[in-house]
Design a protein around this ligand. Structure first.
Ligand SMILES: [Fe+2]
Length: 254
C-alpha cells in the first residue's frame, strides 16, 4: 500500500516531535504493509514551510529508516491567499514529488466563494488538487454537491483510513462510506501524526474495504491510484455514480 498523506517529519508541524518517533512511525507503517509514505507537513499559517528543509529531513529520515518504506515528499496545503499565489508561481514547491498532485486541506470554518476558480487556475498550471478528508469537515460533508462538481472538473478526493473504521466519529464514517459508494473517494490515506492516536496504519481500513466493496476497489484506493500520484502519472477514475432518475448525477447530493 502507498500512503500519500502522513505527518512523519520530526518537529516541523503537529506530527512527531523527534526523529526516533518518526523512525518508529515508518517502521510501523512498513510492518502493516505500507511500501511508500509521502511526508506531508502542513503548509499553513501555523508552521514555517520550507521545501528545502523538508527535503533534507526526508533524506535523513530515509537514511535512518533504511529502504522500506520509501519516503516521498509533499505537503498538506492550506488554501490561503499567499499559499495559492506561491503554488501557482512554482507548483513543485508544494506538489507530491514535485509532480502534478497537490493535497488540499480546507478550513473547518469557511469555504471561500472563489474556491472553484482557484482549482481551475491550479489545473491550468498543471496541478491536480486532491481534496483531503472531506468526510471529517462538516462544511464539505454537508455540501457534497460541491464536492461532486469539483470531481466532475478533475479534482480528486482522499479520505482518511480511520474515518472508515469510525475513529473520527459516526458522521465522518457514514460520510466516508457514502463517498466510496458514490465513486467520490479516490484514495485512502492515513493522515498519520503519531504512533498511538493517529498512527500511519492502513491495514485495518484496507480489510474493511475488501469486506464491504471487494478486492478490486481496495487495490484502486490503497495501491494503484496512490502509486500513480506518487509517480505523477495521470489518473482516470470512474465517474461518480448516477442516481436512477433523470436528474443529473450531482443532483443526488442536493
Ligand atoms: Fe494532514
Amino acid at each position: 500500500m502507498i500512503d500519500i498523506h502522513c505527518h512523519v517529519l520530526p518537529g516541523v508541524d503537529d506530527g512527531p516531535e523527534d526523529e526516533a518517533t518518526s523512525i518508529a512511525m515508518c517502521r510501523l507503517a512498513a510492518e502493516n504493509g505500507t511500501t511508500d509514505v509521502v511526508a506531508t507537513p502542513h503548509a499553513n499559517a501555523n508552521y514555517e514551510y520550507s521545501p528545502e528543509r523538508n527535503e533534507e529531513m526526508r533524506r535523513q529520515l530515509q537514511a535512518a529508516v533504511g529502504p522500506s518504506p520509501r519516503i516521498h515528499l509533499g505537503c498538506d496545503f492550506h488554501l490561503s491567499y499567499d499559499n495559492i499565489e506561491a503554488a501557482l508561481a512554482d507548483p513543485a514547491q508544494f506538489t507530491i514529488n514535485g509532480g502534478r498532485y497537490l493535497l488540499v486541506e480546507f478550513s473547518d470554518l469557511i469555504i471561500s466563494q472563489g474556491t472553484s476558480e482557484v482549482f481551475a487556475r491550479m489545473q491550468e498550471a498543471g496541478v491536480t488538487p486532491i481534496i483531503t478528508h472531506p468526510e471529517r469537515n462538516p462544511l464539505l460533508r454537508d455540501h457534497r454537491s460541491r464536492l461532486a462538481a469539483w470531481v466532475h472538473r478533475g479534482c480528486l478526493i482522499q479520505i482518511t483510513a480511520d474515518s472508515l473504521l469510525g475513529r473520527f466519529g459516526r458522521h465522518a464514517q457514514s460520510a466516508a462510506i457514502a463517498l466510496v459508494d458514490a465513486n467520490l473517494a479516490h484514495i485512502v490515506a492515513s493522515d498519520g501524526h503519531d504512533l498511538k492516536e493517529r498512527p500511519p496504519v492502513l491495514a485495518g481500513s484496507f480489510e474493511f474495504v475488501v469486506d464491504r466493496w471487494g478486492e478490486d476497489l481496495a487495490q484502486d484506493l490503497f495501491v494503484d491510484r496512490p502509486r500513480a500520484v506518487v509517480d505523477g502519472k495521470p489518473l482516470q477514475p470512474p465517474a461518480p455514480k448516477r442516481r436512477h432518475s433523470k436528474k443529473t448525477w450531482w443532483a443526488f447530493w442536493r
